[in-house]
Design a protein around this ligand. Structure first.
Ligand SMILES: [Zn+2]
Length: 295
């Protein structure tokens, strides 16, 4: 059965293309209606007063600005928005109603635009070499010395696999994969206080498969649907375009090996949007998944 969400065609333009890990939000949306609060106007934007439930990507979408512009304009180093404080929204004249509010879960994932201390402290990883057209697995210990915290539960018997994309914004997308992974890990562990990065695996643009959260621990990648569910995230934004041949080949090989390892049937491979309100893993990649696994 195909979830109705898979049939939705979301029209995403402008700032919405900057969604961070689009639709991978995991918190219930606030029912409190946001209000526009322009305070002391100055050229080139407006002041906006943060209300409970606001996220950077939602404010960007509602104002026609961008997450990056808001981050830069306010020197933000994380996505914690404190109600009743003011944010400068560059290029905006108003902050309207969220046109996607009824379609998506809040996009509260955030990849900090500048490295945090812990990221900098990590040395350059010595990554295993790639060979052939498949993939090479990079154990967690090769990209971080930090072990997962103990506030996690076992995944139990794996019965399903869910595919995501990271959909990082432009300034981050050009960084090496391992740097992006460290930032996501840092945010998930230190910002969200999770035991580690939410995904079990991330597939880099070069075909390397990075171990994220150990597969014996329950992940944090689909709101309320994490039980027995392995999360694999493709690094990049695959709404309008497909992954490169190399990256897609790594996904195919790794997905087949993972299905085999856990004895997961073809019909138990999902896109994030199949299980929850989300645009993840993007129209293009989701189309491929449906064709390959859910037909
Ligand atoms: Zn997702």
């Amino acid at each position: 059965m195909i979830d109705p969400w898979t049939r939705r065609r979301l029209i995403i333009t402008g700032s919405a293309s900057l969604l961070l890990a689009a639709g991978c939000g995991r918190q219930p949306q606030s029912s409190r209606a946001p209000t526009s609060a322009p305070l002391h106007p100055r050229p080139g934007g407006i002041w906006y007063e943060v209300v409970e439930g606001d996220t950077l990507s939602a404010i960007a979408r509602r104002s026609g600005s961008s997450v990056q512009a808001i981050v830069d304009g306010n020197n933000l180093t994380n996505n914690v928005l404190i109600p009743q404080t003011r944010l400068w929204i560059p290029g905006a004249a108003t902050v309207g109603v969220d046109p996607l509010a009824h379609l998506t879960a809040p996009e509260d994932d955030f990849i900090p635009p500048t490295p945090m201390k812990e990221d900098v402290a990590e040395s350059e990883p010595d990554l295993p070499a790639l060979s052939g057209s498949g993939y090479v697995l990079v154990p967690r210990s090769r990209w971080t010395k930090v072990a997962p915290r103990s506030n996690s539960r076992p995944i139990g018997r794996v019965t399903r696999i869910t595919i995501h994309h990271t959909a990082e914004h432009g300034a981050v997308a050009t960084l090496p994969d391992v740097e992006v992974i460290r930032r996501i890990e840092n945010y998930h562990r230190n910002g969200r206080k999770w035991c580690a990065i939410g995904y079990h695996y991330l597939i880099g643009k070069d075909g390397r498969v990075y171990e994220g959260r150990p597969a014996n621990l329950q992940g944090a990648h689909v709101l309320s649907e994490n039980e027995n569910n392995i999360g694999i995230s493709m690094m990049g934004d695959f709404d309008k375009k497909m992954p490169s041949v190399r990256q897609l080949s790594a996904l195919k090989s790794f997905l087949e090996d993972t299905r085999d390892r856990f004895k997961v049937g073809k019909n138990r491979v999902y896109g994030h949007r199949d299980l929850n309100r989300s645009v993840c893993p993007g129209d293009a990649l989701h189309g491929w998944l449906r064709k390959t696994y859910r037909a």
